[in-house]
Design a binder for this molecule. Structure first.
Ligand code: ADP
Ligand code: MG
Length: 231
């Protein structure tokens, strides 16, 4: 059995619907979707050791089956530049998680490479009761939340479909570059869309998938947060 099937059946056996970020990112990797390198620490000492191995700056995040939206729980701290900062951020994140939900089960604290700032896009999939797995694309933040500037296609999609999804949003000119901002790697977004389509078509137990955000660069793209919800 492949890694993805193992992760999904383990979650189902434990009665969990939401996969942990570590699990979702491992699945992404199996489908050639680039994600930030990460290691799961059990305590502040281990977090500092992992940060040294990954290289600074790093981001720390809470990993808990009971905390879906990590920043709402004070569970994400970015731009940590040395061992001391990592250790205190780790203590802080565990404290915040306790305050947010005293009974939350904690799997650990995720130490990950910090991706340089860039244009943020969102790639999603949702299993529509009528149409089945459906993919979504949009720019991050206000573009999706307020302007609802998104495109949809029913999976499976071809590269041509994926390109239409990217060029179909109203904000597409922003991806082509403006003023001092260079154009982003549209091919890298197309790759991620097609790989996401494969991922959800191979795994019909997935009800929702969210790569939010994916940072896109002049060359390449990197998913910094991945969420997968099972049926
Ligand atoms: P949430 O569960 O709240 O969605 P995220 O993992 O998306 O948590 O983290 C919140 C925000 O922090 C992201 O939208 C992104 O802007 C930033 N962030 C998270 N991880 C990284 C990373 N590895 N590199 C750079 N920025 C990150
Ligand atoms: Mg997120």
């Amino acid at each position: 059995m492949n890694e993805t099937a193992k992760i999904i059946s383990q979650a189902q056996n434990e009665g969990r619907k939401a996969l942990l970020e570590t699990e979702a990112k491992t699945i992404c990797t199996e489908y050639s979707i680039p994600v930030t390198r990460f290691k799961l620490a059990k305590n502040a000492g281990e977090a500092a050791d992992f940060a040294e191995q990954l290289g600074y700056p790093v981001v720390l995040k809470i990993v808990s089956p009971d905390i879906i939206h990590k920043s709402d729980a004070g569970g994400v701290i970015v731009n940590l530049k040395n061992k001391t900062e990592v250790q205190s951020a780790c203590v802080k994140i565990l404290e915040n998680a306790k305050k947010y939900k005293a009974t939350a089960e904690i799997a650990g604290v995720l130490v990950q490479e910090m991706a340089p700032q860039s244009t943020e896009v969102i790639i999603g999939a949702i299993k529509d009761p009528q149409f089945g797995q459906t993919l979504m694309f949009g720019l991050g933040g206000v573009f999706v939340e307020i302007l609802k500037d998104v495109t949809f296609r029913i999976a499976p999609i071809t590269r041509e479909d994926a390109l239409e999804m990217v060029t179909g949003i109203r904000a597409y000119p922003l991806l082509k570059g403006y003023r001092n901002t260079p154009p982003v790697d549209v091919e890298a977004i197309v790759d991620t869309l097609v790989n996401t389509s494969r991922l959800v078509m191979d795994n019909p137990q997935i009800k929702e998938l969210d790569l939010n955000p994916v940072l896109v660069y002049e060359k390449g793209a990197k998913t910094v947060d991945a969420r997968i919800i099972l049926e």
